[in-house]
Design a protein around this ligand. Sequence first.
Ligand code: EPZ
Length: 416
Amino acid sequence: MEKLVIKGGNPLKGEVNIQGAKNSVLPILAASLLCEGQCIIHNVPIITDVDMMLEILRSLGVIWQRQGHTLIVDSSKANKYQIDDKLMRSMRSSIFLLGALLGRFNNALVSRPGGCDIGERTTDLHEKGLKSLGAQFGEKGYMVKAPNGLKGAEVYLDYPSVGATENIMLAACKAKGVTVIKNAAREPEIVDLQMFLNKMGAKVSGAGTAEIRIIGVDKLNGCEHRIIPDRIVAGTVLLATAMTKGDVLLKDVIPEHLELIIIKLREMGADIAIGENEIRIKGTYPLKPVDIRTAPYPGFPTDMQPIMMVGLAIAEGTSIVTENVFDARFKHVGEFRRMGADIKISNKTAVIKGVKRLIGTYVEATDLRAGAALVIGGLAGENTTIIEKVEHIDRGYEKIEELFGRLGGNIIRIKE
Ligand code: EPZ
């Protein structure tokens, strides 16, 4: 079992390059299955969710090679459309493979992805969209086939689901005719996916808006692409710097992807300067309270909710955080309370009364972003924080102890 041991109190200082976006590379790896050629993908973070996706792709006959942060993926010999149940359950994002498998083979045999620690995470919108294109869902598990191939259709999403939008885009690329996705999710990772698909020869337009149009093509070829920076990892570093009264230059970021996060941090009192693809932040003390309501992009990102909450836990005053995207994304509150946070929950709302400081103790990561929030709580807190179940954090953060250690944080990983 690995743990992180953090001694709080050091202000974070220096420069850091932000890793590639987990939520961009995962659908893009699924998309590489659509082409019978070789894709070269740069700026791929070294995280366990990518390892899981690569293991699934290998089980389908995809050949890949990792060279540092570059992946060479060759799907020309992919010849299977059944994904082992254990692999499917290992990672929720494997659901994107449904659209890619249908797009490549007109067949898919996958199990329903499990729920997870942040809520129900149903897949009704994925199914509705793929059925509109002609996919037939079997009873048991997810035997999905398109015996007459996939045909373009107009799909209205009742909720702008990121995964459902991406799954339909993947299935529609080689469908016959035109597909229009209405009320599509608008996240930057969807724009990155569109860029990748079009480099392979697809005809996708409108990503980043609520209406995405896909004109089906017969064949897709290999391409080369660089993954966009991870806006949530960048937001995590920004909060950590603000909370430790540090001074950090973030490089290789896209400031417009962090617009609302920057607005909120400025309201909290942080001094932020924006460059072309850099952000300089200086933390001040005490942080001011702010109210947060999570929403689909361009609203405040739900993935930043636990991270922002730990910052507000030491703000001077009361903040209100409303979680509108997931139905159970407050599991981290119990662990924050163990560090002395004063947080009351009622339904989707958390009322956070700022305390002077968080006190280090034993805590455990309940999911990826909650784990990251505990890390920055420990960096800003007093005494020593010991975080267990760090495997959750490693799913999305590349060597988080090095990320913050390089900035002067006193954080080490121990194996027990
Ligand atoms: C993606 O998950 C991200 N994951 C999540 O990041 C992120 O929190 C989420 O989008 C919202 O931004 C990846 O991109 C790999 P959704 P996804 O479908 O696609 C409901 C992280 O920490 N819904 O937009 O699963 C669902 O229950 C992770 O990096 C349906 O009702 O998100 C949820 O309440 C966590 N029916 C809401 O929509 C469906 O068919 C948002 O889900 C699909 C979703």
